[in-house]
Design a protein around this ligand. Structure first.
Ligand SMILES: Cc1ncc(COP(=O)(O)O)c(C=O)c1O
Length: 453
């Protein structure tokens, strides 16, 4: 069933309770409004349920994997149970490993450090820098931006067919773009990778908070995501998947927890036996609250039901898209076209406006938090804008005159905790700013637009 069909047959559910839903912020023009957090793609607010679970556990907090005391035992159980919960959430294979990391960036760097010798890596230029950059020490091929999902598969197949060796290869691909929100054809790319003997890692940083991710169904070899984008902002992330490359690699960090036995040699050196399990790459004291909060978020999303969460999000996407379609000055950025299935992440430019100026006015005059810039995906934004994004421009004057190309973009993103009112206020604000201009004056400070007073 396609994403849009799910939306049309499901009753739209209420938003999930998140922290910060009642926070008010001052407006430069006077008064206060409830803050509209529309930057979920950067960091989503914590689910109330996650916060409550963490608060309930906090008095029982103790060291993991090392103490003999009751609270240490309890915390160790909690940490290992969290691993099982997230493994189930991702529908991993029985022999997969799940490693708790700091973030998606950390997970992908860990995998990059675990690549076998002479591994070739294939990555589309459209990736977030976290997926684009960790492979610099391998033989990496950057693939041109495709313009359809089918073209993505063709481009990958062509690149893999032209491989100069039959050694190990890895494809890294995102599930949903952090710029356009568009879904990538992960299952088809995985099939293509496997048919050429390559493996594939899925960057699910923007997919997992919006859609169920099944490692088995998608047939990906690894998946990575971050807790703070999945309503669990306590500094943990996940890398899950095939154990063989991870077991064969040197520990990501050397230290306690990763080592099973350490002995002095007669020549004065030290011999180390490293663990083969996930502990091999989890040296040091693990972030038990981070892991527990991710598990709590996984349970909350599963219990809420992804069908109704997706339906609600599609309903919000429709509202934003319909609203923006009524403003001819707005151009929504897209790689795969208007009909491509997407998550609640949309980037756009406004003719004649500096994006930083526009975002600053949304915040200062309407209490709406969006993001402006290049979203850590410079090559993709450059392709979408058709301009060189290095210069940010001055905010006092529009950086792009009518008809000229913008240098950066504005991104609005939302999810399970977003009420209709936030996206309605956003659409109204865009219309008013375009029609009437900003009510306040702004200046540039450290490269960002801020209210002049
Ligand atoms: C698609 C994608 N991948 C990776 C990352 C990196 O995530 P983190 O900053 O949590 O490591 C992001 C963050 O925005 C992202 O959007």
């Amino acid at each position: 069933m396609s994403v849009s069909t799910v939306a049309s047959v499901q009753t739209v559910c209420a938003p999930l309770a998140v922290l910060g839903r009642d926070v008010t912020v001052p407006l430069v023009t006077g008064g206060e409004v409830t803050y509209a957090a529309l930057d979920y793609a950067a960091s989503a607010p914590a689910l109330q349920r996650v916060w409550d679970d963490v608060a309930a556990y906090a008095p029982y907090y103790g060291s993991v994997h090392r103490g003999a005391g009751y609270l240490s035992q309890l915390s160790t159980d909690l940490f290992e149970n969290a691993r099982r919960t997230v493994t189930e959430f991702l529908d991993c294979r029985d022999d997969d490993q799940l490693i708790f990391t700091r973030s998606t960036t950390d997970s992908l760097n860990l995998l990059a450090a675990a690549l076998p010798a002479d591994c070739q890596v294939f990555v589309f230029e459209t990736e977030h820098h976290a997926s684009l950059l960790p492979w610099q020490d391998a033989q990496v091929s950057y693939l041109d931006a495709p313009r359809t999902p089918g073209q993505a598969v063709e481009t990958l197949e062509k690149a893999l067919a032209g491989r100069d060796s039959h050694g190990p290869a890895l494809v890294c691909v995102t599930g949903a773009s952090n710029v356009t929100g568009e879904l990538w054809p992960v299952r088809e790319l995985a099939a293509a990778a496997h048919s050429y003997g390559a493996r594939i890692v899925l960057d699910a940083a923007q997919l997992a908070p919006h859609h169920p991710v099944s490692v088995r169904e998608l047939d990906v070899d690894w998946v990575a995501f971050s807790g703070h984008k999945l309503y669990a902002p306590f500094g943990s992330g996940v890398l899950a998947g095939r154990a063989d490359w991870l077991r064969a690699a040197d520990p990501y960090l050397a230290g306690g927890g990763a080592s099973r036995k350490v002995t002095r040699r007669e020549d004065g050196g030290v011999d180390v036996e490293w663990h083969d399990s996930a502990a091999r790459h989890e040296a040091g004291s693990p972030n038990v609250i981070g892991a527990y909060s991710i598990a709590s978020a996984c349970k909350a999303l599963t219990e809420a039901g992804f069908d109704s969460l997706v339906a609600r999000e599609q309903h919000l996407i429709e509202k934003v898209r319909e609203g923006l379609a009524g403003v001819p000055e707005v151009r929504v950025l897209s790689l795969f076209g208007d009909d491509a299935p997407r998550v609640g992440v949309l980037s756009f430019v406004v003719e004649g406006w500096n994006s930083s100026h526009f975002a600053a006015a949304l915040s200062a005059e309407y209490g709406i938090g969006v993001r402006d810039g290049l979203f850590c995906a410079h090559p993709l934004v450059r392709t979408l804008l058709g301009s060189d994004p290095q210069s940010q421009g001055e905010c006092g004057a529009p950086e792009a005159a009518p008809g000229e190309k913008s240098l950066n973009a504005i991104r609005v993103s939302f999810g399970a905790g977003t009420p209709d009112e936030h996206v309605e206020r956003f659409v109204k604000a865009v219309k008013e700013l375009v029609a009437d201009g900003a009510k306040w004056t702004y200046r540039t400070e450290d490269g960002r637009c801020v209210p002049a007073v």
